[in-house]
Design a protein around this ligand. Structure first.
Ligand SMILES: [Zn+2]
Length: 144
């Protein structure tokens, strides 16, 4: 069975679970347990990381990275967010609480505000300043 290389936290956890006379089966169980511990503690994707991914898809590489220029994606805002949306909704690998603001074109965390304008009257009743052209779009709390 293929395994990803262990990271330092997994190795430390693994070593805590083994001793000199550990059997192969005990090694396997210790390894599985250490991976489970780490996976539970895997930090959540942050808003900044989501924005960085979005910017990358639009052609802006993070300073700490390099890439062959011809391999750099340069997508429109809606195309870039479609890829994020696919990973959120179809693969379930990114939190779906992050949305793209239709106005400022920044990623925002829906847990911290903002609105999806499905029904104009509902949005107005909730105190948002929306017009008919906002229907079907999402906005961060700074823009609406
Ligand atoms: Zn905005």
């Amino acid at each position: 069975m293929y395994r990803e290389p262990l990271n330092n936290l997994q190795i430390i956890e693994y070593l805590k679970r083994t001793k000199e006379d550990t059997t192969i089966e005990e090694h396997r169980m210790a390894l599985d347990a250490s991976i489970r511990v780490f996976e539970k503690e895997k930090p959540e994707i942050t808003l900044e990381q989501m924005q960085e991914l979005f910017d990358f898809l639009r052609g802006k590489l993070p300073d700490s990275m390099s890439i062959v220029k011809k391999n750099m994606p340069i997508l429109r805002d809606d195309q870039a967010f479609s890829i994020i949306w696919y990973i959120q909704e179809h693969l379930g690998r990114l939190p779906d609480k992050f949305e793209l603001c239709h106005e400022c074109k920044q990623i925002y965390d829906t847990d911290c505000g903002g609105i999806a304008v499905d029904f104009l009257r509902d949005a107005k009743e909730m105190g948002y300043n929306c017009t008919r052209k906002d229907r079907g779009h999402t906005f961060c709390s700074d823009c609406r």
